[in-house]
Design a protein around this ligand. Structure first.
Ligand code: ATP
Ligand code: MN
Length: 451
């Protein structure tokens, strides 16, 4: 028996002459009369291990017909230098067993080059493809890198509720939560799935200083766009004693840290995605990592957009909410780098944002990146109780409904700020994938909750 190891370890660290037992699935199999070439993957890496098996190996005859794409196998042998290009070593095998067959007539992932639409219809099997293996490995890296980035900076990871009774955010349509067995409200009042953990995170930041959430978020987005899901993940840092400039510094450093982590841990995946999904991927990521982000005000942005020689689907004037076409133009074409926009008209932003001295704008922050548009939305929060109360009243909302939130700034208020990063948008950005349904294993969006 050889040493059991993940293919990643065998391929990167295995010594020539060492004996290994390799376990995985067949990416492909081709044979000649004398030898059989088995190409194995196991998910640990984009790379495959080639096992070369003489056809006179005892037991080979019996399993030969089962060695088809998708079958799971165990192969034993000795590691040798590979004469083939692009691989350091291969396995000179002398033993093979099939664990699970994958019938060539019915296994749907026979050939390469399936459309994303087709693969979405078999989301339970698509993790077995090269593309989705790469995307989900990058996704895992981004999650780990998020915890490392904030942990290293003294941000405490906190958990905020998924079920909530307040629509404080007004961030969009919500989903209601009901018990199947009771007609009355289970929680004594109407309850919903959270659209953001921000208000709770603010409460925690006033005790813990710097916190971040990383959790599922739900919005009943009724439009079928390639950038919106009904269930997505959001990372929301919140820091006491931060102003809008600290917030921008944090957002820029965080995005750069994500990219650095992907290059460090997923070089093979990025290489593959850059070849087959988005030819510009490496360049876009490198320039985002290496260039300073542009920082402009909303008023500057409107200026640039009105002067641009462009037919906008949504006409631009001071006061409008920027649309995807505007956001992408600024990041992709005008500045050709990420852009951070601040000082938005208060009418189009939430009540909790810090009022600027001009009394027209608030200290909102949107971060726009090429190909995606908005990836982060945030702000410095209004911590001056009188301003907060008058804004809530001006928006036609009742102060009683916000009593606990107002309490936060009734006692020990300090300037503070935070933001929300849409995790799937970050995965799209780092993989070159163009549809948000293809960066989450089992997407939930309007009309779709299969698997
Ligand atoms: P958009 O204008 O793109 O709909 P938003 O302004 O409504 O986004 P925010 O409330 O600012 O979004 O949420 C913070 C971040 O969460 C956004 O910048 C985006 O990256 C992400 N996000 C928001 N809605 C969705 C969604 N439905 N699916 C996936 N990610 C989302
Ligand atoms: Mn936003």
């Amino acid at each position: 028996m050889g040493k059991h190891a993940l293919l990643k370890q065998i391929l990167e660290e295995g010594q020539v002459g060492e004996r290994f037992t390799a376990r995985g699935w067949l990416r492909s199999h081709r044979g000649s009369k004398a030898v059989s070439f088995l190409v194995l993957y196991d998910g640990s890496t984009m790379k495959t291990l080639q096992a070369v098996l003489p056809t006179d190996t005892p037991g080979y005859e019996e399993v030969a017909h089962q060695l088809t794409t998708g079958a799971s196998v165990v192969v034993e042998g000795v590691l040798v230098e590979s004469p083939g290009k692009g691989q350091r070593v291969e396995l000179k095998a002398d033993k093979v067993a099939v664990l699970g067959v994958a019938d060539a007539d019915t296994y749907p992932l026979q050939k390469k080059g399936h459309s994303m639409e087709f693969l979405r219809s078999i989301a339970h099997l698509r993790a077995r493809t090269n593309v989705f293996g790469a995307v989900f490995r990058v996704r895992a890296t981004l999650a780990q890198a998020t915890h490392r980035f904030f942990g290293d900076r003294g941000f405490h990871y906190v958990h905020t509720p998924i079920i909530t009774a307040s629509d404080c955010e007004g961030a969009g349509e919500m989903f209601e939560v009901k018990a199947t067995s009771t007609k009355d409200h289970f929680f004594g009042r109407q309850a919903m799935l959270t659209v953001s953990g921000q208000l709770n995170a603010e409460a925690l930041a006033y005790g813990l200083g710097q916190v971040y959430t990383f959790g599922p978020t739900f919005r009943a987005e009724n439009s079928n766009t390639s950038r919106h899901l009904a269930e997505f993940w959001m990372i929301e840092p919140e820091a006491a004693f931060y102003d809008i400039h600290d917030d921008m510094d944090l957002a820029e450093a965080y995005l750069k840290a994500l990219i650095t982590a992907v290059f460090e841990h997923n070089a093979d995946d990025i290489d593959f995605l850059g070849k087959f999904v988005d030819k510009q991927l490496v360049q876009t990521l490198e320039s985002t990592r290496d260039q300073t982000f542009e920082r402009i005000t909303y008023t500057d942005a409107v200026d640039i957009l009105t002067k641009a020689k462009r037919e906008w689907e949504f006409p631009v004037s001071w006061g409008i909410d920027l649309q995807s076409e505007h956001e992408r133009f600024l990041a992709e074409e005008h500045f050709k780098r990420p852009v951070m926009i601040t000082a938005y008209p208060k009418e189009i932003k939430a009540f909790y944002m810090f009022n600027n001295d001009d009394d027209k704008t608030v200290a909102a922050l949107d971060v726009l990146v090429p190909r995606i548009g908005e990836i982060i939305g945030g702000s410095q929060r209004e911590h001056r109780l009188d301003r907060l109360e008058s804004r809530i009243t001006a928006d036609g909302m009742a102060l009683e409904d916000y009593s606990w939130y107002l309490d936060l700034n009734r006692f020990g208020a300090v300037p503070h700020a935070g933001f929300g990063l849409g995790f799937e948008r970050a995965v799209m950005f780092c993989t070159g994938m163009t549809n948000i349904r293809d960066v989450v294993p089992f997407p939930r969006s309007v009309g779709q909750a299969a698997f």
